[in-house]
Design a protein around this ligand. Structure first.
Ligand SMILES: Nc1ncnc2c1ncn2[C@@H]1O[C@H](COP(=O)(O)OP(=O)(O)OP(=O)(O)O)[C@@H](O)[C@H]1O
Length: 288
């Protein structure tokens, strides 16, 4: 059911680029990590959300409206920052001001300081990481309500990463900006994102709030002869090593048996979903 709290609804989105009936929702102010193995469809989903690619099936709603009507409210930074190499940094910001009715000059200039970018530098002379920073400044200067970022930190050095994450989080805290960002790095997600969406084989395998999802899953380990204890749980991934097994399960029954159980780390949870083959709905998960 649609709620006024909803920033984004991806409803049954399909595309020839391997997406099949993808659905998830994001509430206002959430910071969501989109994960998936190479080629899983993350960029395709993000481009559909940013209105840059029309899905073959399904639809995307931004704040309850078709994405085409919400474009002014979206800030998007793709993997290749779309910038004009012949312009200077200052000219690029002036272009940003012209193109975006909600442009916040003071905010953009303060972010430029965070990014350590010289106003007179020509875009063509910037490194990949510096261009990414400029693209982020442009996206944030637009004062978006929904920020869509495709691996935003990939080309950045560790100091720039920390600074930009800080600027991003300040924006989220000040303005309640909703963020959907793809990433391959669990350490990048931890402490920054509160929700995850995991794609696999073009479908949504997991769409959940991180802490409750960690509470709802368990890692079981023990001898293969005791595998029967998993029968009452939803097995996400099972790995065998000789006579021993390790499994990630959605714990739907009391934890029992001669095996050991522990609450997964975020790394364990995400790796299991990324490796697992079969889509698993999260809806009926109950706390262990
Ligand atoms: N322009 C295109 N033409 C044809 N196929 C494409 C095109 N762009 C993407 N694809 C295919 O769509 C699938 C999903 O690609 P997408 O870029 O969305 O994946 P991704 O999860 O972002 O991958 P990565 O982590 O490698 O960036 C891949 O199989 C890819 O080959």
């Amino acid at each position: 059911m649609r709620t006024p709290d909803e920033a984004l609804a991806v409803e049954g989105v399909s595309h020839s680029y391997g997406l099949r009936d993808c659905s998830f929702t994001v509430r206002r102010g959430a910071v969501v990590a989109l994960l998936g193995r190479n080629g899983a469809g993350k960029t395709t989903v993000l481009r559909a959300v940013a209105g840059l690619l029309r899905p073959y099936g399904g639809r995307v709603l931004i704040f309850g409206e078709p994405v085409e009507r919400g474009l002014a409210r979206i800030g998007y930074v793709g993997q290749q920052a779309a910038l004009y190499p012949m312009l200077t940094v200052a000219q690029t910001l002036r272009l940003g001001a012209r193109l975006n009715p909600r442009w916040d000059r003071a905010h953009a200039i303060s972010l430029l300081g965070v990014g350590g970018l010289r106003a007179t530098a020509r875009v063509g002379s910037l490194s990949v990481g510096q261009r990414t920073r400029l693209a982020l400044v442009l996206a944030l200067g637009k004062r978006p309500d929904l920020l869509v970022l495709d691996e935003p930190l990939a080309g950045l050095d560790p100091v720039a990463r920390t600074e930009l994450i800080g600027a991003l989080m300040a924006d989220v805290a000040d303005r309640g900006t909703t963020v959907l960002m793809s990433s391959h790095v669990v350490a990048e997600i931890e402490g920054v994102c509160d929700h995850v969406v995991v794609l696999g084989d073009g479908r949504v395998r997991l769409a959940a709030e991180i802490e409750p999802a960690l509470d709802q899953h368990r890692v079981a380990a023990g001898p293969v002869r005791d595998l029967g204890v998993l029968d009452d749980h939803g097995v996400i991934e099972l790995r065998r090593d000789g006579d021993e097994f390790t499994a990630l399960v959605r714990a739907v029954a009391p934890l029992a048996g001669p095996v050991t159980w522990h609450r997964p780390t975020l790394d364990e949870l995400l790796l299991a979903y990324l490796r697992a083959g079969v889509p698993q709905p999260i809806d009926e998960v109950t706390p262990a």
